[in-house]
Design a protein. Structure first.
Ligand SMILES: Cc1ncc(COP(=O)(O)O)c(C=O)c1O
Length: 295
């Protein structure tokens, strides 16, 4: 690589930070504009989205309930501890499939409606056109920073889970003054599934914003390693590199795997200016460091 920048969205300035903050700016706004009194967030017991949603709902004066797959864990992850202490109510589906939260949330929203309440259901990962608007804005913020740094083109490299982050970048990139190549490292889905999801949300986001240009193309690489949520030796090396060079905390599920994939591509000849988008995951990153130290 010629030059590597890091876009520090682990430092977005709200709760533990991370990419969910930019999505929630619009999702919570939409919930309030729709007159909802309760936000339903969906995910796993370690979900960054559910954790940040619980905090954002509380700050906005909305009730929050989270629907988590599986059973209450013995060892309580940082994110679950924060959800519980935020005052949000937790429902566990008792089913380890990630998709089990969808039906339970729909049922709970109906139940709330019958009780005269009104729930805003945020899809897993905040992957919706509304959430992606946060990253439509973010890519324009980045483009400005690149102009100031006199960069004339760059590759943006970001982790892909539910796909909303990369989708928003794709929707916004067509308005960037600096030509951007958008690359995603998929940590949970196959490359094909990830691409479909990103394209769908990007198109919906562009339609929502009434953008004339079709979203920019994105390239996705497989960064799953041994599987979703399972750390790899490559990821641990990337984690140590981030910590030793910039004192960044990287997590085993998203950011370390994304940096590991970027390192691999750089060895294979990826060139020019690259922006590694740090998307957060600080709770899991700290847990990983603590476990590693055997504390
Ligand atoms: C820390 C972190 N990085 C990256 C992602 C991936 O973002 P997205 O779901 O928008 O693809 C997520 C959430 O899924 C996340 O929590």
């Amino acid at each position: 690589l010629e030059r590597l920048f890091v876009k520090r969205d682990d430092l977005t300035g709200f709760s533990l930070g991370g990419n969910k903050v930019r999505k929630l700016e619009y999702l919570i706004g939409d919930a309030m504009a729709s007159g909802c009194d309760t936000v339903l967030a969906l995910g796993g017991p370690k979900s960054n989205m559910c954790q940040t949603t619980a905090e954002a709902a509380r700050v906005a004066g909305l009730a929050c309930e989270v629907v988590l797959y599986g059973d209450p864990p013995q060892d309580v992850p940082v994110n679950l501890a924060l959800i519980r202490t935020s005052g949000a109510h937790c429902h566990f589906t008792g089913d380890n499939r990630r998709s089990s939260v969808d039906d339970v949330a729909t049922g709970r929203a109906r139940q709330l409606a019958r009780a005269g309440r009104s729930a805003y259901v945020i899809p897993r990962g905040g992957a919706s056109a509304v959430g992606a608007v946060g990253y439509h804005d973010a890519v324009l913020e980045l483009a400005n920073q690149l102009v100031h740094a006199r960069v004339d083109s760059a590759t943006v490299f970001v982790g892909v889970g539910s796909g909303g982050t990369l989708a928003g970048l794709a929707a916004g990139a067509t308005q960037s003054d600096v030509p951007l190549r958008l690359m995603g490292a998929s940590v949970s889905r196959t490359v094909g599934e990830g691409a479909m999801q990103v394209e769908r949300i990007a198109a919906e986001c562009a339609a929502l914003l009434d953008l004339k240009a079709t979203p920019a193309l994105t390239e996705i690489v497989d960064a799953r390693g041994p599987g979703y949520g399972k750390a790899s030796a490559e990821a641990a090396t990337a984690r140590d590199l981030g910590r030793a060079s910039e004192a960044m905390i990287l997590d085993p599920v998203y950011t370390a795997k994304t940096l590991a994939a970027l390192t691999r591509l750089a060895r294979q000849g990826l060139d020019g200016t690259v922006v590694f988008w740090h998307t957060g995951g600080i709770g899991a990153g700290i847990e990983w460091a603590v476990r590693e130290a055997g504390v």
